[in-house]
Design a protein around this ligand. Structure first.
Ligand code: PMP
Length: 394
């Protein structure tokens, strides 16, 4: 009989020649346990999802409660479904007044697709600007925005009318004009290896978008939902987007995403044509219930209060001549080494020693560290000690 590992290789579509092939049978808090009973510290939250930890009891309870009421009953937007309504209300309460209308979907890419369509339809324009090294998803529209030629090359033709500018470069903002429907940008670039821009840049972005009637679409799929120490990353930069995109950590381990805008902007989906954007499973009741519980956990358990101290602790503990730099915003961190060739054996060794990290899609010499926000100081020290050991032995 073929083993489960062999069946995985035989029957599940593969996305690389060298999958990690860890076989987890349970996960709780910051820990995952494999088929041999070996316990791992999850330092990447699989990836950027388990912000409140794996199987948070309140998230699990909300799922069970909803399963006992109903699963899918109707496509998005027709029936008044309590979990969706409660979630949308709670989300808007975390946001500035202009972000008061939520469109729930199933994933990050889908949320980006919706935001692109919304921007085109509202402005009547078709051009969109995004950034080099940005990652926005794998579907055709989101891939068109993604700022890596090697990821796109073999999937052309992609969407026309999309240009890329350098993230953080004020001069490049002149590319945004009266013809631009949207500037789609990650508030903190994730797959580029945690790249940040300063408050001045963001002020200039906001100004340019307002001047040109371009919608500012912030992708917070990776950096939102508490990851950077504020509920939304844009709060660090004192600007307001016109459209906000979320997913990943939003579901507490369940699949869900959304794009949020003003009622006025979102209204365009109701006419010409009616049902301008539709989704069967968008805002699935079980995912919506889990997402509301996740939001409540972050707020009620004050998970954001000590993110900054935890971030500093990682900086303090991770000192080694092979570490060239650490870039971070809250618990979204990139630990840079000389090259992928140096980093890869360190990641492999850390996994062997029971700590799961990773690299980034567009920055393969940096180690991804994005643990569940519930990680304790003791656990951080333990994980860092293992990483240092992996650096020495890797
Ligand atoms: N945008 C960003 C910033 C992301 O990090 C991701 C996922 N890595 C996506 C979009 C796409 O999300 P999904 O994989 O859920 O489609």
């Amino acid at each position: 009989m073929p083993s489960q590992r062999q069946l995985f290789l035989n029957h599940l579509a593969q996305t690389s020649e060298a999958p990690l092939m860890l076989e987890m049978t349970s996960a709780e808090g910051i820990y995952m346990t494999d088929v041999n009973g070996k316990k791992y510290i999850d330092l990447i939250s699989g990836i950027g999802v388990s912000n409140v930890g794996h199987r948070h009891p309140k998230v699990v309870q909300s799922i069970k409660d909803q399963v006992d009421k109903h699963l899918h009953v109707m496509v998005y937007g027709e029936f008044v479904q309590s979990p969706q309504v409660k979630l949308a209300e709670a989300l808007t309460k975390t946001l500035p007044e202009n972000l008061n209308s939520v469109y729930l979907v199933n994933s990050g890419s889908e949320a980006v697709e919706g935001a692109m369509k919304l921007s085109k339809r509202f402005t009547g324009r078709s051009q969109i600007i995004a950034c080099h090294d940005a990652y926005h998803g794998s579907s055709h529209g989101a891939l068109s925005l993604t700022g890596s030629e090697s990821f796109k090359r073999n999937y052309r033709p992609l969407l026309p009318g999309i240009s890329h500018i350098q993230f953080g470069d004020n001069d490049a903002l002149s590319m945004i004009t009266n013809e631009t429907a949207a500037f789609v940008v990650e508030t903190v670039q994730g797959e580029a290896g945690v790249q940040q821009a300063d408050v001045e840049y963001w002020k200039a972005v906001r100004k340019r978008c307002t001047e040109t009637g371009t919608l500012l679409v912030l992708d917070e799929i990776q950096c939102g939902f508490g990851r950077t120490g504020k509920f939304w990353a844009f709060e660090h930069y004192k600007i307001k987007p016109d459209v906000l995109v979320s997913a990943k950590g939003m579901g507490g381990g369940m699949p869900i995403g959304c794009f949020i805008s003003s009622k006025e902007i979102m209204h365009v989906f109701t006419n010409n044509p009616v049902l301008g954007h539709i989704s069967t499973f968008g805002g699935h009741p079980v995912s919506s219930a889990a997402s509301l519980a996740t939001l409540n956990v972050i707020q009620e358990e004050h998970l954001l209060n000590d993110v900054s101290e935890k971030e500093q602790l990682f900086h303090l503990e991770l000192k080694h001549p092979k570490i060239k730099a650490i870039r971070s915003k809250g618990l979204m961190m990139a630990v840079e080494f000389d090259s992928y060739e140096v980093l890869k054996p360190i990641i492999d060794k850390a996994i062997e020693l029971g700590v799961v990290t990773d690299w980034f899609l567009f920055n393969d010499r940096s180690m991804r560290i994005a643990p569940p926000l519930i990680i304790t100081e003791e656990e951080i020290k333990k994980a860092c000690k293992i990483i240092l050991q992996a650096i020495d032995e890797g």
